[in-house]
Design a protein around this ligand. Structure first.
Ligand SMILES: Cc1ncc(COP(=O)(O)O)c(C=O)c1O
Length: 479
């Protein structure tokens, strides 16, 4: 296996502003910054870091600082040094490692509040749906249980849902997947080859960026303006970068929560069609409209639009259930390719999903009521406790996209760990270190947890601030 290395300049860029005046010794801040990059995946595992001397030069710190930072990371299990080679990134394993379990995404540690994930708890209807699924299961047990396109009843239910919302769909236009992320990875595999470009919103869902980059594809980001989408910019990117695909989250965008107007959708879809780019719309958040009814599909769909759906945000991420809606040839092509990756989606979850989709209105309304209340709670907290931060009310989705007065998101995320708060730094939502002036704040936790999370955030943020005056100076760019 060839060794992957990261150059000193790239590492410096990834690290961004890692130093603050009042958060302890430089070596510890550097170790925190590097550890965060490893934990949130921006610095992949098994990558060899530059030598200490090179690092010290590019970071403009003493060699002793670098040595101490790397030693600390080694002690904590985030680096290993092989004989004659540089330090290599890894994740801690085993109970012997100090203080790391709480920091690994996806693990829970007592007392740590997780504001890094924007995922609500299971809807009340999920438990009953599994009970109903168990009852329906015996009828399926005489069969082998494999269905690469998904259980027919579920494909019918998904197709009917689209049809009811104004987009006539037949079940053979639907493939059930193990979540929307799986769906996106399958689509990329079908459409693209190494080096191809994929146009994306910027910021966007971090794992979509991961999926693009790990497939050796090149993201072509188009920045989101203050409001809505930069349709002209998207159209120009479609024309100029010769992409194979374009991926947008038009319905309650992650992380900003914004919603794309029908006119913008129509213009982008038409441009994608003109440039023969497959337009992939990620609709995982489509049910999370907090300020109005679910919008029907209002424009006539140009050929080739692919839609990704998920039960994850509407019902529960633990279902691991999503789908692809596309034209029939695309679904057939996916079906023949899928077996190289997996053999289908678990049956019990599909039966539960059929049950959930059979009676949606009350469950989705309860979901939206819960999120509405939590959105209001978090907005109130941020506005009162962090008045220098700019937040607007998103029309839907699961998070606020807070604009900070200075590019300190990475530093704040690293510092917050010490206060028992896990965050996802702004640059996680972009490419090349963008968005260090932003922080995603999900409102998916219960109000009391949100209150405590914001208190911890205030404390961590206070540790960053060199003083009100210089902070104000840093606010120049913020309107
Ligand atoms: C925009 C977006 N797409 C895809 C996913 C992944 O969805 P799933 O859990 O169905 O794989 C998420 C989950 O956070 C998301 O926010």
């Amino acid at each position: 296996m060839s060794t992957r290395r990261i150059g000193p300049a790239s590492l410096n860029r990834l690290l961004g502003a890692w130093r603050a005046e009042r958060t302890g010794p430089a070596y510890r801040q550097l170790a925190d910054g590097l550890r965060l990059l490893i934990l949130d995946g921006r610095l992949p595992l098994d990558v060899v870091l530059p030598g200490e001397r090179e690092l010290a030069t590019v970071l403009e710190v003493s060699r002793t600082t670098v040595t101490a930072a790397l030693a600390r990371l080694r002690d904590d299990g985030f680096l290993e040094r092989r004989q004659g080679a540089g330090a290599r990134t890894r994740l801690p394993s085993g109970p012997g490692q100090r203080g790391q379990a709480s920091l690994i995404a996806g693990t829970e540690a007592e007392g740590v509040i997780d504001l890094a994930s924007a995922a609500p708890p299971a809807s009340d209807s999920v438990h009953g749906a599994f009970a109903a699924a168990l009852q329906a299961l015996p009828a399926h047990l005489p069969h082998h249980g494999y269905a690469p396109l998904g259980l027919t009843e579920l494909r019918v239910a998904i197709a009917e849902r689209y049809t009811a919302r104004g987009l006539p769909t037949s079940p053979d236009q639907v493939m059930v997947t193990n979540g929307a992320q799986h769906a996106f990875a399958l689509m990329l595999r079908l459409l693209c080859g190494p080096g191809d470009r994929v146009v994306i919103d910027h910021p966007t869902y971090p794992h979509a960026i991961d999926a693009i980059q790990r497939a050796s594809l090149r993201p072509a980001p188009v920045g989101l303006p203050d409001d809505g989408w930069d349709v002209e910019g998207v159209v120009a990117a479609l024309r100029q970068s010769g992409p194979r695909a374009a991926y947008f989250i038009a319905d309650f965008h992650n992380p900003t929560g914004r919603w794309m107007t029908p006119d913008a959708r129509a213009a982008i879809a038409a441009a994608a069609e003109r440039t023969r780019t497959t337009l992939i719309l990620d609709e995982t958040g489509i049910d999370l409209c907090l300020d109005g009814p679910v919008q029907p599909y209002g424009f006539s769909e140009p050929a080739g639009v692919v839609r990704l759906g998920s039960m994850g945000k509407s019902y529960w991420g633990g279902l691991r259930l999503g789908w692809i809606r596309a034209d029939v040839p695309t679904i057939q092509a996916l079906s023949t390719r899928r077996a190289s990756i997996d053999m289908g989606t678990p049956l019990l979850e599909q039966l539960a999903a059929v049950h959930l989709l059979s009676d949606e209105d009350a469950a989705l309304e309860a979901r939206r009521n819960l999120l509405r209340a939590r959105r209001a709670h978090l907005l109130g907290l941020v506005r009162s406790r962090l008045p220098e931060w700019r937040v607007t009310t998103p029309p839907g989705g699961l998070s606020l996209w807070a604009e900070l007065p200075a590019p300190v998101s990475t530093m704040l995320t690293a510092t917050s760990e010490r206060f028992g708060l896990r965050l996802a730094a702004g640059p996680r939502f972009g490419v090349d270190g963008a968005f260090d002036r932003f922080l995603r704040l999900p409102y998916t936790l219960p109000p009391e947890d949100l209150t405590e999370a914001v208190e911890r955030l205030v404390q961590a943020y206070g540790r960053l601030r060199p003083g009100q005056a210089s902070m104000r100076a840093g606010m120049g760019a913020v309107v």
